[in-house]
Write a protein that binds this ligand. Structure first.
Ligand code: IPE
Ligand code: IPE
Ligand code: MG
Length: 255
């Protein structure tokens, strides 16, 4: 308490100190479970969809912050295979957000050399949503900067089931013996096949769970949780997460 007061009196309060991030050891792949949009809106007496709308600004902020730090892949969990259970109006609203976001931001994403991707199932997604996403993917496919990977209509268990089916087919055709199945075969059949595993998973909104997100890929990811609702998540908090990541010792089972 006394130390805190002294720091405050001397004007070097920790809250104002810039967050130290080393240039080395930047997480290559950060994946974010963007949660809390509905509660953010409810707290303001607004409809839930207002929270989803506000969440788009956070997506922009964090994309810029990740790009500036030199992160290679930013995966954003935007719609899960379980989110179809929500009321039709809310689902319809969520299906309109990609085109709204991309219409606003695509030029800047192109300027920043960002490559847009979608990790999820195309079926069930309305044609208007898919058209906007595919256009952004096409227009940015040669970009070599940050990979902005939207986990949209994504679910990890369905991803694993599909991978197992693909491998079982290969076994049935006699191309692979069951005893020869390796971790690499499974990784190669996932929707994230050509991406590195996430180094860090961030979840906003105070929920301490994974909600069917990248279960296989997160085997050794560093987990970071905050009570802040997604629309309030900002660059400073993002940098705090990365700074904490850099202070952790990743042992991968070693010592
Ligand atoms: C996250 O916010 C966005 C999606 C899951 C699409 P929520 O909509 O889950 O917000 P809360 O968790 O109900 O507050
Ligand atoms: C996870 O959030 C899915 C996304 C962020 C897109 P949910 O709000 O759907 O997860 P639960 O229901 O709280 O587990
Ligand atoms: Mg939620």
């Amino acid at each position: 308490m006394w130390n805190k007061l002294k720091r405050w009196l001397s004007g070097s309060g920790q809250a104002d100190a810039p967050i130290a991030i080393g240039r080395e050891n930047i997480p290559e792949h950060i994946a974010i479970i963007m949660d809390g949009n509905g509660r953010w809106a409810k707290r303001r007496g607004l409809p839930r969809v207002a929270g989803h709308h506000a969440g788009m600004k956070a997506i922009k902020r964090i994309t810029i912050a990740a790009d500036e730090l030199g992160v290679k892949v930013l995966t954003l969990y935007s719609f899960s295979t379980e989110n179809w259970k929500r009321p039709v109006d809310e689902v319809e609203f969520l299906m309109k957000l990609p085109q709204e976001f991309l219409a606003l931001e695509i030029d800047e994403l192109i300027r920043k050399n960002v490559q847009v991707r979608m990790m999820g199932w195309r079926d069930n997604v309305p044609a208007h949503t898919l058209a906007a996403v595919e256009e952004a993917i096409e227009r940015t496919k040669h970009n070599t900067g940050l990979i902005l990977n939207f986990a949209f209509n994504y679910g990890s268990r369905l991803e694993l089931v599909t991978a197992i089916q693909t491998i079982a087919e290969a076994v049935r055709r006699g191309e692979l013996m069951p005893q020869d199945i390796q971790e690499e075969h499974i990784s190669a059949c996932l929707l994230s096949a050509d991406l590195p595993d996430p180094d860090m998973i961030i979840r906003t909104s105070g929920e301490i769970r994974i909600s069917n997100f990248m279960l296989w890929q997160m085997a050794y990811a560093e987990l970071w949780f905050t009570d802040v609702y997604w629309p309030d998540f900002d660059e400073t908090m993002f940098r705090q997460a990365v700074s904490e990541y850099q202070r952790r010792a990743r042992r991968y089972g070693g010592i």
